[in-house]
Design a protein around this ligand. Structure first.
Ligand code: GLY
Length: 367
């Protein structure tokens, strides 16, 4: 098992990565001297595969376990679902000493974390991410929240978990589309912070897609190290943490335009990175060689060969104005300067954004 620390003073916590560690979750949690009651939040797909293993391990360690199983999908990150979950917790007299354990992908982690941050003014929270995307990105760093019809993650908090337990063996059961989504965030880490890692990912794309155990363990560990480095320096996204949003300004707008059904988060981020790299090249900030390398790696991933919807650039830009990085309605982007380094958010003229969206449409058609 590999352990990486997110350093946040008294709220520092370990990210533990290893194959099969879900079966020792109970023993692991004993280290934290938690009260007896645990609530596992998961979705129906993960429940079928892993809930029994995790519950058994927790009960063997003496915990009393209550589970909330929700349907899968981004639409669950809603005020309605959160309301139903508060009701369920109250009906079962779950008190403020309970610990909420998120067992699932990004949706479950964000939603369960939001409930943990708000139920009875906050209860303990643990993350057990089950998808590549959640293991490399969303389970680390304490961003929790739900969506609003006007924008993704518009309601939420920074609420750090007590720990993250990432069992890489669980990634073996991921469907191809989920693997692709995770690879989107993995490539992002290479572009924003680590050229060597980008090269490793580029050379090992097939192995990552196949979830080859050693390669995947290396990839999860490196992404967590990079994320822990960023979050430890800027927990609340006052400056440096914004770099984790590379590809996300366009990506979130695409996700919303497709009503969160046509494109999944990681797919939208892959395409968002292409559009935002194009912006950087138009602004003469990045070499043609690095643009080519970024585009090549995205094209080598089985991203959707069609968006599944047609978009209007004006509408997408309107959505981007609601992006959390926007200031007074001016859309700002994290732009790559080379593979391994990006800028902090910077304003870009809307004509240039429209040009990048036009380029993206053509890029997708060429795939
Ligand atoms: N996924 C971006 C962040 O955690 O800041």
């Amino acid at each position: 098992m590999k352990t990486i620390t997110v350093s946040l003073g008294k709220r520092s916590y370990p990210i533990c990565i290893g194959a099969g560690i879900r079966n020792s979750a109970g023993k692991f949690l004993q280290r934290f001297h938690l009260p007896r009651h645990l609530v596992i939040v998961t979705d129906t797909i993960v429940a079928r595969l892993y809930l029994d293993d995790v519950r058994r391990s927790l009960e063997r360690a003496g915990f009393a376990v209550f589970s909330i199983v929700i349907p899968p999908g981004e639409s669950q990150k809603s005020l309605q679902r959160a309301g139903a979950m508060y009701t369920e917790l109250l009906h079962h007299r779950i008190g403020r000493k309970a610990t909420i354990v998120a067992l699932g992908g990004g949706v479950v982690g964000d939603l369960a974390g939001f409930i943990a941050a708000t139920y009875q003014r906050g209860v303990n929270f643990m993350q057990m991410p089950t998808t590549l995307l959640a293991q490399v990105d969303s389970s680390v760093g304490g961003k929790v929240g739900i969506n609003h019809p006007l924008g993704k993650n518009m309601i939420g908090a920074f609420y750090q978990p007590l720990s993250v337990l990432a069992d890489t063996e669980m990634l073996q059961s991921l469907p191809q589309r989920e693997r692709v989504c995770g690879i989107g965030e993995v490539i992002k880490y290479g572009i924003i912070l680590d050229k060597r890692f980008f090269e490793y990912v580029r050379k090992n794309l097939t192995n990552i897609l196949a979830m080859e155990p050693t390669v995947v363990a290396n990839v999860v560990a490196r992404c967590c190290e990079l994320k822990a480095f960023v979050v430890s320096r800027d927990e609340k996204e006052e400056n440096m943490r914004a770099i984790l949003n590379f590809g996300h300004t366009v990506g979130h707008a695409l996700e919303q335009a497709g009503h969160y059904r046509s494109l999944k988060h990681g797919e939208a981020i892959l395409l968002g990175m292409v559009a935002e790299t194009f912006l950087a090249s138009r602004l003469k900030m990045i070499s043609a060689e690095d643009v080519r390398r970024i585009e090549e790696v995205v094209a080598a991933v089985p991203v959707p060969r069609s968006l599944g919807f047609s978009f209007s650039a004006a509408k997408l830009i309107e959505t981007m104005r609601n992006d959390k990085k926007s200031v007074a309605g001016t859309v700002r982007f994290v732009l790559p300067e080379r593979v391994g380094a990006v800028t902090l958010p910077m304003p870009v003229k809307e004509g240039a954004i429209a040009g990048a969206l036009d380029y993206l449409e053509k890029f997708v058609k060429r795939l």
